[in-house]
Design a protein around this ligand. Structure first.
Ligand SMILES: C[S@@+](CC[C@H](N)C(=O)[O-])C[C@H]1O[C@@H](n2cnc3c(N)ncnc32)[C@H](O)[C@@H]1O
Length: 224
């Protein structure tokens, strides 16, 4: 799966390109992340890509032309790439949405800064707006990295032996509790059943715990 990321801060993406699960997916050639410095698509010597907001107000707005030129260049390589604008006004990113995006071969992520992008980009060039939650952060880069990580976990082979099927939300419930060594610490014991070696009993216990965990922490998921 290929990600093209349009950003003013390409270096931020080394956080996921160089470390952990995504880096391993890149090494295995299952994923590729290409960053595009938006300033390279400016047409002035100061490499500006933003201007004042029509109607007034303090914040700057990212202009149409550099973004459109950048998307055109990406589409020359990947004509079917879906363009996603990270925006607090978008559809909320969920496990289900990440799973749907993981089926795509190529996506382009547009990271906003300042007041965001000129509305005409959203009208004409963007296929979908996605939000990582009902709050505002300073730029789309962190949101793009959250999206990339949640999507890549669902690309077959990326997690290797680790299994994402039991992750919270995968089957509509939260995950069951996990324990590791030691068996006992400060009087706290690992539940007996997990030491029994009886896999059917362990599976039943985990199912029950996942349900209880969800009832306790996320009643809204049960009602769904
Ligand atoms: C300071 S925000 C602009 C917020 C915009 N003026 C608004 O209120 O809708 C700058 C950029 O950060 C990104 N951003 C901020 N909050 C986000 C969120 N919750 N989800 C995804 N992207 C977000 C977007 O790319 C946005 O263009």
């Amino acid at each position: 799966m290929r990600f093209d990321v349009i950003t003013l801060f390409p270096a931020m993406f080394s956080a996921i390109k160089d470390e952990g699960v995504i880096a391993r997916g890149i090494k295995k050639s299952l994923l590729s992340i290409h960053t595009w410095q938006l300033r390279d698509f400016s047409d002035n010597k100061h490499r500006n890509i933003d201007d004042k907001s029509y109607g007034g107000g303090a914040g700057m707005v990212m202009q149409v032309e550099p973004i459109r030129r950048c998307i055109t260049e990406i589409k020359q390589k990947k004509p079917n790439s879906k363009v996603i604008y990270l925006s607090p006004q978008g559809s909320k990113l969920t496990h289900q949405l990440a799973a749907e995006i993981s089926q795509l071969d190529s996506i382009t992520l547009l990271c906003g800064r300042y007041e965001g992008v000129d509305e005409r980009i959203i009208e004409q060039d963007v296929d979908m707006e996605i939000s990582i939650g009902d709050y505002v952060i300073s730029g789309g880069e962190l949101a793009a990295m959250v999206l990339i990580d949640s999507v890549c976990r669902q690309v077959p082979g990326v997690l290797g032996n680790q299994d994402s099927l039991n992750d919270s939300f995968a089957d509509g419930l939260l995950d069951y509790p996990h324990y590791t060594r030691p068996e006992e610490i400060d009087g706290q014991k690992v539940p007996e059943v997990l030491l029994s070696g009886h896999q059917a009993k362990i599976d039943a216990w985990r199912k029950d715990q996942a349900l209880k965990n969800t009832q306790l922490k996320r009643q809204d998921l049960i009602s769904k």
